[in-house]
Design a protein around this ligand. Structure first.
Ligand SMILES: Nc1nc2c(c(=O)[nH]1)N[C@H]1C(S)=C(S)[C@@H](COP(=O)(O)O)O[C@H]1N2
Ligand SMILES: [Mo]
Length: 258
C-alpha cells in the first residue's frame, strides 16, 4: 500500500514536472491565459496521462437519474456571513476568482465563466455526512487533476489545501474559517471535481456556490464549499490547528474514507 502510493506520488511528480517544464514563464497569468493553458493541456494530454487519470483506482459508486434524492439538505454553512461574499453573490459571482497557487510552477486565476469553458465531468453520487444522513446528487464540474496538471505541481507538493469563504463557527484558536485538504492521489482521482453545477443547475448558495469540491470516496465534511483558493503545499501543519481541515482540527479523521 505505502509502496504503491509513494510510487504513484513519484510518478505524479515526474509527469507533472516534465509537462510544466515545457511551458515557459512563471509569472501570474491573466485569466484568459489561464483558460488557454488549461484548454491546451486538455488537448495534449498524452495516452499516459489519460491512463493515469483513468487508473485502476477504485471508483465511488455512481447512480442513475432515477436515484436522485428529492431533497438534498444543506449542512454546515448555508450562506457565508461576510460582506465580501455577499458582494460576490450580488453580482452573480462575476467578480469571483479561483486562485490556484502555492507549490505550483504556474499559478492560475480562473473566473466561473472560465471554468465552465473547460472540459467537464458529470457524476451522480451519494453524499454521506457523519451526522447520519445521506443524499444522492448530480454534480458537474472540472476535473481537479486537469487544473493541477496545468498549474504544474512542484516536486515537493504533497497536498492541496482548499480555502473557503466561510467561517463556520469561531472556536479553538478564534478562527472558524472552513478549510480542507486532500493528498495527490485523491486530487488526480477521476471522480474528484470542482463542481459548479448540481442536479443540472448552477450550484446554489446553500450547497457552496459558486464552486465546491467533490471528492467522492470520502465523507461529507471533505466536500469543501465556497472555494476561493487551492494551495499546493508540502505539509498542512502550519494551517490553523494543523490537522488539515476545520473538522479535523476538532477531532475528525483527516482521511474520511466511506
Ligand atoms: N465551506 C464549507 N464547506 C463545507 C461545510 C461547511 O460548513 N463549510 N460543511 C461540510 C459538511 S459537514 C457537509 S455534510 C457538506 C454539506 O454539503 P451540502 O450543504 O451541500 O449538503 O459540506 C461540507 N463542506
Ligand atoms: Mo457533514
Amino acid at each position: 500500500m505505502t509502496i504503491t502510493l509513494n510510487r504513484r506520488r513519484f510518478l505524479i511528480g515526474v509527469g507533472v514536472t516534465a509537462s510544466a517544464a515545457t511551458l515557459s514563464g512563471c509569472s501570474w497569468l491573466t485569466e484568459n491565459d489561464s483558460v488557454q493553458r488549461v484548454l491546451a493541456m486538455a488537448e495534449r494530454l498524452t495516452m499516459g496521462s489519460q491512463r493515469f487519470l483513468l487508473s485502476d483506482e477504485a471508483l465511488a459508486r455512481e447512480y442513475s437519474e432515477a436515484d436522485l434524492s428529492p431533497v438534498f439538505k444543506s449542512n454546515g454553512t448555508h450562506e457565508p456571513d461576510s460582506e465580501d461574499y455577499a458582494a460576490l453573490a450580488d453580482n452573480n459571482f462575476a467578480d469571483w476568482r479561483l486562485i490556484v497557487d502555492g507549490l505550483v510552477e504556474q499559478p492560475l486565476s480562473l473566473s466561473l465563466a472560465d471554468l465552465k469553458k473547460l472540459p467537464s465531468r458529470t457524476q451522480i453520487t451519494r453524499h454521506d455526512c457523519v451526522e447520519g444522513w445521506s443524499a444522492i446528487g448530480k454534480w458537474t464540474g472540472v476535473p481537479l487533476g486537469l487544473l493541477m496538471q496545468t498549474a504544474g505541481l512542484k516536486p515537493d507538493a504533497r497536498y492541496l489545501v482548499f480555502h473557503c469563504a466561510d467561517e463556520y463557527e469561531k472556536t479553538l484558536d478564534g478562527s472558524g474559517q472552513y478549510y480542507e485538504s486532500i493528498d495527490l492521489v485523491d486530487a488526480f482521482h477521476p471522480q474528484t471535481i470542482l463542481a459548479y453545477g448540481m442536479n443540472g443547475e448552477d450550484l446554489a448558495i446553500p450547497h457552496g456556490a459558486p464552486l465546491r469540491l467533490r471528492v467522492e470516496r470520502q465523507l461529507g465534511y471533505k466536500q469543501a464549499k465556497y472555494l476561493m483558493r487551492i494551495e499546493a503545499v508540502d505539509s498542512f501543519a502550519r494551517f490553523y490547528r494543523g490537522k488539515g481541515g476545520f473538522w479535523e482540527d476538532r477531532g475528525y479523521e483527516w482521511y474520511a474514507g466511506i
